[in-house]
Design a protein around this ligand. Sequence first.
Ligand code: ACO
Length: 389
Amino acid sequence: MPTVVDRGLEGVVVGSTELSNVEGAIGRLTYRGYDIDDLAPNATFEEIVHLLLYGELPNRHQLDALKRELASCRSLPEPLVTAMQNVPKTAWPMEVLRTVVSGLGLFSPVNAHGEHLSDVHTAIELIAKMPTIVAGWDRIRRGLDPIDARADLSQAGNFLYMRSGKMPHAIEEDALDTYLVLLADHSFNASTFAARVAASTRADIYASVTAALATLQGDLHGGAATAAFRTLAEVRSPENAEPYVRDILDRGQRIMGMGHREYKVRDPRAKHLEAIATELAGHVGGNERWYETAHAVEEASRKVLQEKKPGNTIYANVDFYTAPVLADLGIPGDEFTCLFACGRIVGWAGHILEQLADNRLIRPQATYDGPTTVPFVPIDKRSSNGTTG
Ligand code: ACO
């Protein structure tokens, strides 16, 4: 009987986790049993860090201790700031983030075998430092000096402050905070799986997070947030949504930020992001109509796809309403995937620690489709055009 190949591992169970649960058929997402619908409006990002890394929501004392630890390790080693200042200004923010996160390993202590410690405190340090890298590169590429982190601000508030040098409005800080809560974990998605594969070889947390960042970059995963923004920038206003969508689908292309491997209904995170996008649009005002345009693109996608492929419905995923939220916060479109990473680092770290606590090397199989039993030909007897004989 021929071996069944599960391309894309669709529906294949490759491990177990206590961190989060995606119930794709009903559109429910829980972190350690807590529904995202309860967490998004009520819990801060720092509380989610505690929940995912320590297994429970913190009491006030635990939360204060965690906030102090995050605040104490936000700054970057000076040589890495200098390195960022020497990077071509055209470098893509995700490339810079991936490279500098990898570089953080160079400055972390090692044991007698030259190995870095991969524990909850290293995880917290990475969570603290990633927004500093993103905000720092944002300023450096604009020809500005990075701004020192402030210990009295939340992760979200401090990021906005480090980018602009101004104290964020409470609506903006809350919007980014909720965004980070919503992005914190999502079971065995591609980047988290990559992190677990790397950790399963006993690679350290810096290496494993670097693998996750590399995997998040593509536009079938976290890169879709940036791609969704490009869509909004091209559509510009709600009236253009339907012709744009028709053109894309006629050409057999995809609407970025729509569709999901696991969710057969609307991604439960999308409604929270849509609500934030609506609030931010009212707060920001101005001529840009990111939220209205996004809403029109989602409606048009559903309508046109129903006409073209009746019964095939696609819904907005988490990346779609990320675009109007982050655009209205003034963040450039090519940084959106970095912001995704600043939230998902919590899940990556939690999964890496979970993998290490009960490790088994992840090493699947493949069928072999190449030639078999090819006789070896010495180099002088191989033909000049590369073929043998
Ligand atoms: N636009 C138009 N059609 C789509 C879209 C889309 N965004 N997504 C899926 N479809 C269609 C496909 O063309 C396919 O149609 P067919 O059966 O007639 O060929 C059908 O829906 C199923 O698509 P698959 O690619 O088989 O589904 P898969 O589970 O592999 O795809 C994916 C999931 C990759 C997310 C897909 O929906 C997609 O490419 N979306 C756009 C990129 C995106 O938003 N990625 C972010 C995902 S969320 C995250 O990673 C955080």
